[in-house]
Design a protein around this ligand. Structure first.
Ligand code: PLP
Length: 360
């Protein structure tokens, strides 16, 4: 059965168990997200394809966990005291997570980002109470790169931290302590494989380490990679780092180096899959049409990867992945006919799903 045919097949009635207790504020609401079994893809592959719905974190993405993790770590180590300042260089979800956590904890939040980013992103961070500095978009090697400016800003300020999401391993630690154990519990220890793409590497390294430990090494952990990233070839070649080239429609994932977060786990990876944008965009529309899931592109890529891994490992397995965020932050692109055409992706969306590209 093709993926499209499997998607069109009728769904089984839903069984739902729900328990909840009140939690304390934004911070208490981070984590404990549902693990969603993707019905049609499970039927197609003969595996259980399960996806951690991280878009249901209160800030709307998987990065709420990392944001809370790095702030908590700084508090515990005495680096951040009441009234302090949290500084990060970020154009995306980490800034949003940090802005929320800072409001909830009473910190000033300062975000540096390249001035090529959309006005919506800048506005959103400002609406969440962050101070935003859009700066010229220059290469990482340039001392005026937004990451270095964030680091330097924090260095000169009392009671301030640069959260350094790529190399601060409190990021992976947050996933090791929460996301990984949650997946283990929600699958009742029956998770055969986990796969996801990486930006900082925090999610993959933290979840991967937790699942390897809990399963005594039985759970396979794979990396998924978009075009323009060097990581899949790094893993498949046994550690050769090639020059970065090309790009992808996905945001927040893909990397040109082994960050400290990924470095805590990269040697234990069982393999890597490269996922082209054509498959990612088709899956994004399929998941909307048949599961009612309105997802960003990194989530769709993760699901493509989970299906391919299921096909590799064979029927009867449980494969877990991550739904990183919703499509709300990207809808003017992902559902625009003009944008799809400009990216050469208009033919990648199956004909019966093109009705969802409602924007010109
Ligand atoms: C939408 C999205 N997906 C995936 C990721 C990757 O997560 P990680 O940084 O834990 O590797 C990010 C990170 O910013 C993201 O914003």
């Amino acid at each position: 059965m093709s993926i499209s045919a499997a998607f069109r097949a009728r769904a089984k009635p839903l069984a739902r168990a729900f328990t909840s207790r009140a939690v304390d504020g934004f911070v208490g609401g981070v984590g404990n997200t549902p693990l969603i079994r993707l019905e049609k893809l499970s039927r197609l592959t003969g595996c259980d394809i399960v996806a951690k719905s991280e878009l249901q974190n209160p800030g709307g993405s998987v990065k709420d966990r990392a944001a809370l993790g790095v702030v908590r770590d700084a508090e515990q180590r005495g680096l951040l005291k009441p009234g302090g300042t949290v500084v990060e260089g970020t154009a995306g979800n980490t800034g949003i997570g940090l802005a929320h956590v800072c409001r909830a904890r009473g910190y000033r939040c300062v975000i540096f980002m390249p001035n090529t980013q959309s006005q919506e992103k800048i506005d959103l961070l400002r609406m969440l109470g962050a101070e935003v500095y859009p700066v010229p978009a220059v290469a990482y090697e340039d001392p005026k790169n937004y990451n270095h400016l964030a680091r330097d800003f924090a260095k000169d300020l009392p009671n301030a931290i640069w959260t350094d999401q790529f190399d601060n391993t409190a990021n992976a630690e947050a996933h090791y302590r929460s996301t990984g154990p949650e997946i283990w519990e929600q699958t009742q220890g029956k998770v055969d494989a986990f796969i996801c793409a990486t930006g900082t590497g925090g999610t993959l390294a933290g979840v991967g380490r937790a699942l390897k430990e809990k399963s005594d090494g039985r759970t396979q952990v794979w990396l998924a990679d978009p075009p323009g990233s060097v990581l899949a070839s790094y893993v498949s070649s046994g550690g050769k780092l090639k020059e970065r080239s090309g790009g992808s429609i996905t945001e927040g994932i893909g990397q040109g180096r082994i960050t400290n977060n990924l470095g805590t786990f990269v040697k234990q990876l069982d393999g890597a899959l490269h996922i082209p944008d054509q498959k990612t965009i088709a899956m994004l529309y399929e998941l909307l049409d048949t599961e009612g899931l309105y997802l960003g592109a990194s989530s769709a890529l993760n699901v493509v990867a989970a299906v391919e891994l299921a096909q590799k490992l064979g029927p009867g397995k449980t494969i877990a992945t991550i739904l990183c965020d919703g499509a709300y932050r990207y809808q003017s692109r992902l559902f625009s006919k003009k944008w799809l055409k400009a990216k050469g992706l208009e033919d990648s969306v199956p004909e019966h799903l093109q009705k969802y590209a409602v924007l010109d």
